[in-house]
Write a protein that binds this ligand. Structure first.
Ligand code: TUI
Length: 312
């Protein structure tokens, strides 16, 4: 399945691994890249030097292309934006904001820039600013989300821009990949399924919450604050949503979310921690290697797109 995205990045399969905070470190990114996808290191809220170290560790594990995701709300975003240039990174994705102010520096360094967008307006703006592609991320995704669903966002973004579109949000198997292509995407980005990969360093309790999750087990905190974050329902989300409904401010509720993603990912506290995951968690059944996941999904997608298999 050659597309403009696989050609532009020199990757075998049109699959990106989401640049998930605390999760997307060198072991996972290298495993995805080695399997033929695009591994991404999640810059999250880490200082530049931590990301530099992760880049170097990834290079020791793979000579295949990988990228870095820059989380634009991070206090270290400026730092990380420079580190990717200094380290000769070839692909950058961005999330949770508008990367306009870095665009010139990255383009001058020959970096392929692929912002994650949650609206047609931002997709258009990014194309005008020189983006090489956009990830159109639907509200089915885990973590920080927009309003539009993948089903509605991807075709509207595909109609609005001429650069390639990568679909994200709610994709975890070959059916999701085939459907994304039908909507006009030329690659997909997958997060939640890779959280449970064998190579993922995420705590076993977190992986088991995803594996045991049902279709409607996620909740969105912070919608009324303009900071919607999707995670699996637990004591933290119930308390957050109860207090949010009572009118408590974002600042008053910060104690429930500060450091709590780390608590879940690293310490395995899935009761008080933030267990970010997309709505597709309910379909994810087992731990597999990244290679097994990617090959299984691609085989299914290729059959479906060739019209050789029914959907189940
Ligand atoms: O960024 C993500 N997902 C994330 S970032 C993250 S780290 C975090 N941790 C705790 C609380 C909050 C965040 C966890 N998950 N996805 C990409 C994405 N970007 N989704 C939506 C957007 C987005 C939303 C609004 C991009 C731009 C935007 O507005 C741009 C503007 O005009 O400022």
């Amino acid at each position: 399945m050659k597309t403009r995205v696989t050609e532009m990045l020199g990757i075998r399969y049109p699959i990106f691994q989401g640049g998930m905070a605390w999760v997307a470190e060198h072991n996972l990114a290298a495993a995805v890249s080695e399997a033929g996808g695009l591994g991404l290191l999640g810059g999250a809220s880490a200082p530049g030097e931590v990301v530099r170290d992760e880049i170097r560790k990834t290079r020791m594990l793979t000579d295949k292309p990988f990228g870095v995701n820059i989380m634009l709300m991070s206090p270290y975003a400026d730092d990380v934006a420079k580190v990717v240039v200094e380290e000769g990174i070839k692909v950058v994705t961005t999330g949770a904001g508008n990367p306009g102010k870095y665009m010139e520096m990255w383009k001058n360094a020959g970096i392929k820039v692929i912002p994650v967008v949650a609206s047609v307006a931002l997709a258009r703006l990014m194309e005008r600013g020189g983006a090489d592609a956009v990830v159109a991320e639907g509200t089915e995704s885990g973590g920080h989300i927009g309003e539009a669903t993948t089903m509605t966002l991807v075709p509207q973004v595909a109609d609005a821009v001429s650069i390639p579109v990568i679909a994200a949000g709610g994709i975890a198997d070959g059916r999701g990949i085939a459907a994304s292509f039908m909507l006009g995407a030329e690659a997909v980005q997958i997060g939640t399924r890779f959280v449970v990969a064998k190579e993922s360093i995420v705590h076993e309790n977190y992986k088991q919450r995803i594996i045991k999750a049902k279709d409607i087990d996620s909740a969105v905190t912070g919608r009324s604050h303009g900071h919607p974050v999707r995670c699996l329902r637990n004591q933290m989300t119930r308390e957050y949503n109860r207090l949010e409904a009572e009118g408590k401010s974002f600042e008053e509720l910060e104690y429930l979310t500060l450091g709590t993603l780390r608590k879940a990912v690293v310490d395995g506290d899935v009761v008080h921690g933030t267990v970010m995951a997309g709505q597709i968690a309910g379909m994810i059944r087992k731990e597999q290697t990244c290679r097994e996941m990617i090959e299984e999904m691609m085989a299914q997608a290729e059959k479906l797109l060739a019209g050789k298999e029914t959907v189940r």
